[in-house]
Write a protein that binds this ligand. Structure first.
Ligand SMILES: Nc1ncnc2c1ncn2[C@@H]1O[C@H](COP(=O)(O)OP(=O)(O)OP(=O)(O)O)[C@@H](O)[C@H]1O
Ligand SMILES: CC(=O)C(=O)O
Length: 838
């Protein structure tokens, strides 16, 4: 090998060998800016390493000159090739002379830990796409030869990850043209770290405690300062949400998060440690006034020398007790970064889509929205529903995975990312975005004008790269649902002869009741009739139901392999008919008859479409803050998480509940006998008893099939289920969203607490197990309609083992839930068979 390139000495002509990240850092270091010392292992060393890989396998023998003509459409093959290449790299030996050169070079730093940072140069004309944050990640390691060799190979190996291979191919880059150098620097613990981004109208500084990795991973919401460029004055500052921080793993930096019950970020770098910040630190700004001013002065100088559009990363290193400020990365428009920028939130509804941002700053619902845009709003409440039908994607600043915005988006099949801090301020109106509702990522692709500016048109390539393999075409919202049915058929999950062995006949009729038998689909499109013709019998024993509220989705949902509607959410359904007025206002205005007729028609559409399959209509369950959207002089308590929810509110004023019951009774009389009633948020047996009397007065129980169920979501049901059954409850449906909220004491609407809101928490899982078992002992069916099985299919096996009778999920989750049920049942059958054979 030739030599290592020290940042202090890198020249203009070295750029291709040292990569852009190191090149830009060296430029500013040589102009006197504070940059940590470092050296670069040039791209030629990787080439040499690859050439010397000792394998006869064509794939490897040709490296680095192989162009790896891969079929990137074949994801499995791509992953296998990537895995093979990386194994080869990790098991190869780093030349001893190189290792010793590196080890010697690091000795002058007297540091315990090193950071290996990928620094790429792409061929001319492709520069604009060189800096896709997160494509290649840094590795931290202890300063020992073995650890150094591994970190180097791991950094190199990322060039061949499946997603990288795909990216090179999609971006039209030949692998031989990719120059990957590695910048090696000492890494010390940090007091605080963050970012600065500037444009002509404002500067923004973000800061968090500890190393900058917490921001790079999107695990904290940093503190933010808005600075006026002309004066350097802080115009506004916002405290972030910073529950954790990263440090070097030498046992000296606070409480290890492993010992707390908070779910941890996974660390594959054992040289790093993540720890919990104490309350006082969480409430404090990470940047002291002194460092804030120092950063502002530094930014001012950089902007004057390099231009107005910059992004830089900084850290305050704990090398000395008072700290030293360093720049760890700098990107200018030339380095392409400002075209592609990643923002993180919570992935709330699956799918990816690209479209222009439509930014709304107010929480007031607009009259209408343009078609095909990505809506960016502080928050949305259910009454936005009518205007959401034509949007391509949703981004909100507030809300969690089980907030109504997320539920609505999932039901409508619109990709959504929620809990995105400052989304409405950092995303300009009209900017093209790509959102990934699975990963919770938003890629800013720039406006058309910016793309022209930098001479790159990367978004299409980027889109196809990022969208693989589940690209959701723009506005093709029905596709996921239709595809779900097709996929099940294709994947042979519906093979003939599979029979429900889990329950004996007597057990299943006791469990399901007469109305809840698995009935062959009668109204199906061609896709689903294909499914059923190959199955004849029910293919899975556990009933799979769907959560629904929009009549507009009925047709698509009918083609899915479901056994009925497990949760018809009335509070979302009626938004289509209420004209923005609370039902009480309709009654006050003497419009009861019109409202009753409309309500009847809404439910009728479901009853008719799914007959004879059961529908579980859940009566109204508005939360206080949702009432604010109605123009009515009710007194909502906007800050109350609970307010008068569910059946509690019926006791206070039963008139709307009575209207619902009348609508249901009229439907029964008209021959729609597949409707059952599910009471929401039942808190006490007395509340249930009150409702049961109302149900009897409405004569709904005259039809023998009719079932009166309750939601099991308030923990009191857990303790009193036998009493509820004695009082006449005929089945329960577990609402894991509220159950989790109330058992763990975490507000489900607050996305920033997402890590603490975990339906898989042992306390919640124990409660679910107990509910299922108690229901079985009492001889009543037990369903589950919260988000837990859709979000975490791995819990389905437990639910089935405990004896759940049915699982109800949003339409987009039907396919994977079906598969998870089939897999779990087959495993249980196999285990039972093995036990019998022993
Ligand atoms: N020598 C260092 N000391 C302390 N922190 C560092 C050092 N080098 C990098 N960091 C910080 O560690 C985090 C991860 O570094 P990395 O180079 O992977 O940055 P990145 O922004 O994720 O890279 P990219 O944008 O190229 O994907 C960043 O917050 C960076 O500022
Ligand atoms: C579905 C529901 O209401 C819940 O999980 O709380």
């Amino acid at each position: 090998m030739d030599k290592l390139y020290w940042l202090e000495q890198i020249k203009l002509l070295d750029r291709a060998e040292v990569g852009d990240k190191a090149f830009y850092l060296s430029r500013i270091m040589q102009r006197g800016y504070p940059v940590l010392s470092g050296f670069v292992i040039p791209a030629s060393v990787l080439r040499e390493f690859l050439e010397n890989l000792n394998s006869s396998e064509a794939l490897i023998a040709d490296l680095p000159n192989s162009s790896l003509h891969l079929d990137v459409g074949n994801w499995r093959q791509l992953q296998q090739v990537a895995e093979r290449l990386r194994q080869e790299i990790i098991s190869a030996t780093v030349q001893p002379q190189l290792l010793s050169t590196i080890s010697q070079a690091t000795q002058k730093w007297e540091t315990k830990c090193l950071i290996f940072r990928p620094s790429l140069t792409l061929p001319t004309g492709k520069q604009g796409i060189a800096n896709i944050s997160g494509l290649l990640e840094s590795r931290v390691c202890h300063c020992e030869p073995e650890a150094i060799a591994l970190a180097l190979k791991q950094t190199w190996g990322q060039l061949f990850r499946a997603r990288s291979l795909l990216y090179w191919q999609q971006a039209g880059i030949d692998l031989q043209q990719v120059n990957l150098a590695v910048l090696v620097q000492p890494i010390h613990n940090a007091i605080a770290s963050g970012l600065v981004s500037t444009n002509s109208s404002h500067w923004e500084i973000q800061a968090t405690w500890g190393l900058g990795i917490a921001i790079a991973h999107g695990e904290v919401l940093p503190d933010v300062y808005y600075i006026q460029p002309e004066t350097g004055v802080v115009q506004e500052q916002q405290l972030g949400y910073k529950p954790l921080a990263y440090c070097i793993n030498n046992g000296s930096c606070g409480v290890d998060l492993q010992s707390t019950s908070i779910s941890l970020p996974k660390l594959d770098d054992s040289s790093l440690q993540v720890y919990l910040l104490n309350e006082a630190q969480q409430q404090a700004y990470a940047l002291s006034e002194e460092y804030l001013q120092q950063l502002i002065r530094l930014t001012n100088r950089l902007v004057r020398e390099l231009g107005t559009n910059l992004t830089l990363e900084w850290t305050i290193s704990q090398q000395t007790p008072s700290g030293i400020l360093y720049i760890t990365q700098i990107n200018t428009p030339l380095s392409g970064v400002y075209n592609t920028h990643l923002i993180k939130g919570l992935g709330a509804a699956t799918g990816r889509v690209t479209a222009a941002a439509h930014v709304i700053h107010s929480s007031q619902r607009p009259e209408q929205l343009p078609k095909g845009i990505i809506l960016v709003a502080p928050a949305i409440t259910p009454h936005w529903l009518p205007i959401l039908q034509q949007v391509a994607g949703i981004i909100t600043e507030q809300g969690g995975l089980t907030s109504h915005a997320a539920i609505l988006a999932r039901e409508l099949g619109i990709p959504a990312v929620v809990n995105v801090a400052n989304a409405t301020t950092v995303i300009p109106n009209g900017e093209r975005l790509l959102i990934d509702g699975d990963q919770g990522e938003i890629y800013r692709l720039g406006t058309e004008a910016q793309e022209e500016d930098t001479g790159t048109r990367q978004s299409d390539q980027l889109l196809s790269f990022l969208s693989f393999p589940h690209h959701t075409p723009l506005l093709n919202q029905s596709a996921p649902l239709q595809e779900a049915a097709k996929r099940l058929h294709k994947r042979n999950y519906l093979h003939p002869g599979f029979s429900p062995l889990l329950k004996s006949d007597s057990e299943s009729s006791a469990t399901f009741g007469t109305n809840f038998q698995h009935t062959p689909t009668q109204k199906q499109d061609s896709t689903s009739s294909k499914i059923n013709s190959s199955t004849q019998e029910s293919m899975i024993a556990t009933r799979l139901l769907v959560n629904l509220s929009q009549p507009s989705l009925i047709e698509q949902v009918l083609s899915l392999p479901i056994d009925g509607v497990g949760l018809l959410r009335s509070e979302l359904m009626v938004l289509n008919i209420l004209e923005g007025q609370h039902p009480l206002q309709w009654l006050d205005n003497g419009r009861q008859d019109v409202l009753l007729e409309r309500w009847y028609e809404q439910i009728m559409q479901f009853a008719q479409a799914f007959a004879p399959k059961p529908i579980f209509y859940r009566s109204l369950d508005w939360r206080s803050r949702e009432l604010q959207s109605f123009s009515h002089n009710l007194q909502p308590s906007p800050h109350s998480m609970l307010g008068e929810r569910g059946t509690f509110s019926y006791l206070v004023n039963p008139t709307v509940f009575e209207l619902e019951l009348t609508a249901l009774a009229n439907l029964q009389q008209a021959g729609y006998t597949n409707i059952n009633l599910l009471l929401p948020f039942v808190r006490t047996v007395e509340e249930f008893y009150f409702c049961r009397q109302k149900v009897e007065q409405a004569r709904l129980t005259q039809i023998p099939h009719f079932q009166l169920w309750i939601m099991a979501e308030v923990p009191s049901v857990l303790f009193l289920l036998p009493e509820y059954v004695k009082a006449g409850v005929q089945g329960i449906s577990i609402g894991t969203n509220d159950l989790t909220q109330l058992i763990l004491g975490v507000d489900r609407e607050q996305g920033q607490f997402a890590k603490a809101f975990d339906e898989r928490h042992p306390a919640v899982m124990n409660a679910v197990a107990q509910l299922i078992r108690t229901a079985r002992e009492a001889g009543i069916p037990c369903s589950i309609c919260g988000q837990a099985p859709a979000l975490y299919p791995e819990i389905i096996e437990h639910l089935i083992k405990w004896g759940i009778s049915s699982i109800s999920v949003e339409p987009e989750a039907v396919s994977r839930t079906y598969q998870a049920i089939a897999r779990a049942e087959q495993r249980l059958i196999l285990e039972a068979a093995r036990r019998q054979m022993q």
